[in-house]
Design a protein around this ligand. Structure first.
Ligand code: NAD
Length: 415
């Protein structure tokens, strides 16, 4: 079977949604490709005295609604084509979340687990120098993604500020340390959004949170926070999987104890509070809600029919293949799409940009209250459109985003 690239899938979603939104052909042409692309090759001195040349990318997909916002990935298989697809998704995600921000993405083809701390720091600094023409607080605001974290973001900000005579510019990078202008509430942001998506969907479908059975694939930053927050609201976490295995307990797992165990043992496998199994068992686990929060294309035609949940909330980016989604729709499963459900990271990155611009910082509670309000308003809009037009929430989200971008394009006089 011919597998489609991420960019082809993203462009297909664009075409389908543009039709539903009645978008003009010029908008489809504009959004199908990024507005600006930079590919760089730059040297990094390795610990053994040799020099290695790394390939890096920064893609500005669309500037219409504001400065570019999107993360930087460090991955051995990184390609420009994947970064272009991810940047398109970021334009849509930022637009649907009503942020005054365009979409972008960046990456370095590298294996961060093979780099020493010093090599990683020199890599981050060299990357910032190489892509400098793309950067700046009111131009492009790169955040963290796969393989990048508070440390890499803090080094990148420091390099940028050193390049400009230590002019303090906390709104130039997101996901940095709190003392450098990072936002309170960022670590739990994406998991919080996922938990809110579960809560709102249950409210709409008249399902009680107390005792709601939830299964989570992936127990990293997103999955563990979502599980913990939902459990605090009365839901029962019955199954969790990660790269090392699966753990099940029909009476409920304790997510906080599971996280502690995972930090000590590198996997949920063997957790004494449940029964261990193969990681694939997560898909057939009896539950009301499934949260795929691990990798893209985790749910395919091969396992979609095994899924017992009637609600799927996408914590990961693109965890359901288009063919699997058709099967799930036929089976009456409600899918809350990634661009809404895991938007907490980008929304709080935006709140970080606002705080950095004013050099005035909010508490975690203040940040989360703002995000929760934004989330509920957007969720309700999407849900109404999807019910009214009898379309999936994903297509409702895409068509709202495309219409917002089209309005911006018209205001700018581009068409
Ligand atoms: P993470 O690296 O912290 O955790 C990933 C988890 O998935 C780990 O528990 C890992 O063991 C598990 N995993 C990996 N491969 C697996 C497999 N084949 N089967 C089962 N489990 C597997 O990553 P994260 O930050 O939690 O991100 C998870 C997903 O959410 C990614 O798709 C990411 O792009 C997306 N996402 C993350 C954020 C964020 O703020 N962290 C924001 C938006 C989207």
């Amino acid at each position: 079977m011919l597998t489609r690239s991420a960019l082809e899938i993203a462009q297909e979603q664009l075409l389908e949604a543009a039709q539903l939104a009645g978008a003009s052909p010029e908008i489809v042409q504009l959004l199908a490709e990024p507005q600006r692309v930079l590919e760089v090759q730059f040297p990094v001195k390795m610990d053994n005295g040799t020099t290695k040349f790394f390939k890096g990318f920064r893609v500005h997909h669309n500037y219409v609604l504001g400065p570019i916002q999107g993360g930087t990935r460090f991955h051995p298989e990184e390609t420009l084509e994947d970064i272009k697809a991810l940047s398109l998704w970021m334009s849509i995600k930022n637009a649907v979340n009503q942020l005054p921000a365009g979409g972008g993405k960046g990456g370095i083809k590298c294996n961060p687990s093979e780099l020493s701390k010093g090599e990683k720091e020199r890599l981050c600094r060299a990357y910032v120098r190489a892509i400098a023409p793309m950067l700046g607080a009111m131009k492009d605001f790169p955040g963290a993604d796969i393989g990048t974290d508070i440390e890499t973001q803090s080094w990148m900000l420091d390099e940028w500020e050193q390049m400009h005579g230590m002019r303090h510019e906390p709104a130039a990078f997101s996901g940095k340390g709190l003392l450098l202008g990072g936002s309170a509430g960022r670590p739990s942001a994406t998991g919080l959004g996922v938990s809110l998506a579960v809560i709102e969907t249950c409210a709409k479908l008249g399902k009680n949170l107390a005792g709601l059975e939830v299964a989570v694939q992936g127990f990293g930053k997103v999955g563990s926070w979502a599980a913990s927050l939902l459990s605090r609201k009365g839901a029962k976490i019955v199954g969790v999987s990660d790269i090392g295995g699966f753990i099940h307990n029909a009476n409920g797992l304790d997510p906080d104890a599971l996280l502690k165990y995972t930090q000590e043992h590198n996997s949920v496998d063997g957790f004494p509070g449940g029964k261990s199994g193969a990681k694939e068992q997560i898909f057939s686990c009896p539950c009301d809600v499934l949260i795929p929060a691990a990798v893209q294309s985790a749910i395919s035609e091969d396992n979609a029919s095994d899924i017992k949940a009637k609600i799927i909330v996408e914590g990961a980016n693109g965890p359901i293949t288009p063919n699997a989604e058709k099967l799930l729709n036929e089976n009456g499963v409600v899918v809350v799409p990634d661009i809404l459900a895991n938007g907490g990271g980008t929304v709080i990155a935006y709140l970080e940009r606002v705080q950095g611009t004013y050099n005035y910082y909010w508490t975690e509670k203040e940040v989360h209250i703002q995000y929760e309000k934004m989330f509920k308003d957007i969720y309700n809009q999407l849900y109404s459109l999807s019910s009214q037009k009898k379309i999936s929430m994903r297509m409702a989200a895409w068509s709202i985003a495309i219409s917002r971008i089209e309005e911006g394009v018209r205001l700018r006089g581009w068409i």
